[in-house]
Ligand binder design. Structure first.
Ligand code: GLY
Length: 353
């Protein structure tokens, strides 16, 4: 892109932001520039992942192996109900996992979707990348591929996740044959018993940059809770839930996958960085496009704003980082300049607006 057209792109992005109610670089949000050592960014549930990945990169590990080892901690954690083992199941009570990864130095990618019985879909995604000529393998084929590589099969539905799913199953309709316990038929008690268990899109994404300017990323999830079996979100879709370009930077997403897929979210963020935006501005730019592309009344609040949330987390090749969400209050994990911490994400709209 010439300097003139690049300037035009940046100006038009600024105009979009100013005219559409975007509040870039919100006072409390934190973006920054890493000056030394590894830079690793992740979703708020990824503080252990950023720490692990940074320590492996400091020890000389490849950036992709480092971020995958980082998210493996969360995939194997039964207490995180949005990822891997212990994730919330589909509407039939079966856990189905999605993941993809990208390795910047080789510009290669791998992914699996609707994978059952394997705790660490990110490792299977890496094997699709390294040991096949394909990018994405789904369902039964993905499980057979994992089996062929010796992965151990496990029932991924923990008792805790099963009980939450059963609660959802017994209460989501009064027009089927599933009945909640008698002491909860009072609508008020029923509402209370469901509080804290809404449908969720939780996910972990993690991207890293080393001192050789190599970049990799991974995204992994159990996807939308209580989904229709076989539903695939953004997390295993290259360009949606993750995109890495070793010449530019990387971005991953969490939140409503359907909205991310429809705007090729992570690719949109990386392309905005390619054209000169810093990571936080690029994340806000993609979120604004998403808000503008949300037209269906069932996805909008009364005031016309999206009735869901999405978050992007981005790093650039020159060591900048930033995260942004549609709604205020989000955080992200970052390891930069030797410090591992949670930071406030920028946002389009103040929660409650
Ligand atoms: N972002 C995760 C999903 O929608 O499945």
């Amino acid at each position: 892109m010439s300097d003139v057209s690049r300037r035009g792109f940046l100006q038009s992005a600024a105009v979009v932001a100013a005219s559409g109610g975007v509040v870039p670089a919100i006072a409390k949000a934190t973006s920054g520039t890493n000056k030394r050592g590894p830079l690793v960014i992740s979703s708020a549930n990824g503080l252990r992942a950023t720490e692990k990945a940074a320590s492996m990169i400091r020890g000389g590990a490849d950036t992709l192996d480092a971020v995958i080892a980082g998210v493996n901690i969360v995939e194997e954690d039964p207490d995180d109900m949005s990822v891997g083992y212990g994730g919330l199941p589909n509407e039939d009570g079966v856990v189905e996992l999605d993941s993809c990864c990208m390795h910047g130095p080789t510009a290669d990618a791998g992914a699996v979707a609707s994978l059952r019985n394997i705790k660490t879909p990110s490792k299977v995604a890496r094997l699709v990348m390294r040991r096949t000529d394909h990018v994405l393998i789904v369902g039964e084929g993905a499980l057979r591929f994992a089996r062929a590589h010796g992965f151990e099969e496990t029932n991924l539905l923990t008792d805790k996740a099963r009980r939450v799913w059963l609660k959802w199953k017994e209460r989501h309709s009064d027009r089927d044959d599933w009945i909640a316990p008698a002491n909860e038929v009072d609508p008020k008690k029923q509402a209370d018993s469901l509080a804290g268990h809404p449908q969720t899109y939780g996910t972990i994404t993690c991207c890293a940059l080393n001192e050789k300017s190599e970049i990799s990323g991974v995204t992994t999830t159990s996807g939308l809770s209580y989904k229709i079996p076989g539903r695939v979100g953004d997390s295993p879709i290259i360009g949606a839930g993750l995109f890495v370009d070793n010449e530019v930077g990387a971005c991953g997403s969490t939140g409503r996958g359907e909205a991310v897929i429809k705007i090729c979210g992570s690719h949109t963020v990386v392309e905005a960085m390619r054209h000169g935006m810093d990571p936080e501005a690029a994340c806000l730019h993609a979120l604004k496009r998403m808000a503008n592309h949300t037209k269906l009344p069932r996805l909008l609040k009364k005031n016309g704003k999206p009735a869901f949330d999405v978050k992007f987390y981005a790093i650039s090749k020159d060591g900048k980082f930033g995260g942004a969400a549609i709604w205020s209050g989000a955080k992200f994990s970052v390891y930069s300049d030797g410090e591992n911490r949670l930071e406030d994400a920028a946002f389009l709209y103040e929660r409650g607006a």
